[in-house]
Design a binder for this molecule. Structure first.
Ligand SMILES: Cc1ncc(COP(=O)(O)O)c(C=O)c1O
Length: 336
């Protein structure tokens, strides 16, 4: 099968670019130094590739992701780096924990109680390191750890997520700002105890020192235009292939709209063209001067601005080498 035969919009993955990204990361963060975040790809086949590159611990955002990895027998230590209060989903995690070690983030007395009530055994105290999202105040982490231990839970350490720094384009600025986040996490760890200090993402994967025991990067495997600005050694492997469905003298239109793309980081890009805007089912673009004018029926490769929510809109991804389709991988960890 050739890429031209795929129904569009089609999520595709360049096999060689993916392999290069997995190899680059496995060299920088070998084995358990990386706890790959599966929320980026939501795909057991891709997680199995990451395991082939030596990573057997995984980060998940949703109970569904962890339960799906456990059912597929991928990984030996799964972290839900997120707060969960739904008893049914916590029970699903407790069932998964009969097959594989499952650890969940907690940042309140309520999430501690919910984890203990569901029969989960292992937690990390989630510490706010500057992103206005989940995580307890650093100076409250010790109290929560005590609470969790009194509830019979094993406290394996701490996690944070410096998401507010991932988009800082200049490496020196990113690195300088990181010191404050890491300082807060390490101070919390001193109060909490345990072996794990888990944090980081694609933008900070190589900026952490040994105070951090593992990095939670995910996007590095796929990449997007938002991360491309940082000049990281990862290449674009993920694209959405569209068909040109309409052409006018000033622009062309392909069938890759905002229902096929995560748009929170802005418009996607098309090589050799300026993207004007996306609507539900369409992307309108203009070829740069000197580039061939698109014709109806042509295929275009659209580069997402944000990989994670883009993948989550698709049922499958087609693995390609050049324009040949090698395999179809299900995006089987979608949902919650
Ligand atoms: C808790 C957590 N850890 C790590 C990451 C890192 O992901 P990425 O490598 O895509 O930056 C994220 C992304 O949002 C996250 O939410």
């Amino acid at each position: 099968v050739h890429v031209a035969d795929l129904p569009t919009p089609a999520l595709v993955l360049d096999a060689d670019a993916l392999a290069a990204n997995l190899a680059t990361m496995a060299t920088a963060c070998p084995g358990g130094r990386l706890r790959p975040h599966v929320k980026a790809h939501k795909c057991t086949a891709l997680a199995a590739e990451q395991a082939r590159y030596g990573h057997t611990t995984f980060t998940c955002a949703t109970p569904r992701e962890a339960a799906g990895l456990a059912a597929a027998g991928i990984g030996d230590d799964l972290l839900i780096a997120n707060e969960v209060v739904d008893p049914a989903r916590l029970r699903m995690l407790a069932e998964a924990a009969e097959r594989v070690r499952v650890t969940i983030a907690v940042d309140s007395a309520e999430t501690v109680a919910a984890a203990a009530a569901a029969g989960l055994r292992d937690v990390l105290v989630d510490v706010n390191v500057g992103l206005p999202r989940c995580g307890c105040a650093p100076d409250d982490a010790g109290r929560l750890a005590d609470l969790a231990r009194r509830a019979g839970l094993t406290v394996r350490g701490v996690m944070g997520y410096e998401g507010h720094l991932m988009g800082v384009v200049e490496r020196v600025e990113r690195s300088a700002a990181l010191e404050r986040s890491v300082g807060a996490l390490v101070a919390a760890h001193a109060e909490v105890g345990g072996d794990i200090v888990s944090t980081g993402g694609t933008g900070t994967y190589d900026l952490h020192d040994d105070r951090v025991t593992e990095v939670q990067a995910g996007s590095y495997a796929l990449m997007d235009t938002h991360y491309a600005r940082l000049g990281l050694p990862f290449v674009q492997s993920l694209f959405v292939v569209g068909s040109v469905v309409s052409v006018s003298p000033q622009w062309a239109v392909a069938d890759v709209g905002l229902k096929a793309l995560g748009m929170d980081h802005g418009n996607p890009s098309i090589d050799g063209a300026a993207v004007r805007f996306c609507s539900d089912e369409h992307v309108t673009f203009t070829a740069h001067d000197g580039r061939p004018r698109p014709r109806v029926g042509d295929r275009v490769r659209v580069v997402p601005a944000h990989c994670d929510p883009t993948v989550a809109m698709h049922d499958q991804v087609w693995l390609l080498r050049d324009d040949e389709v090698l395999e179809r991988w299900a995006i089987d960890l979608r949902g919650w």
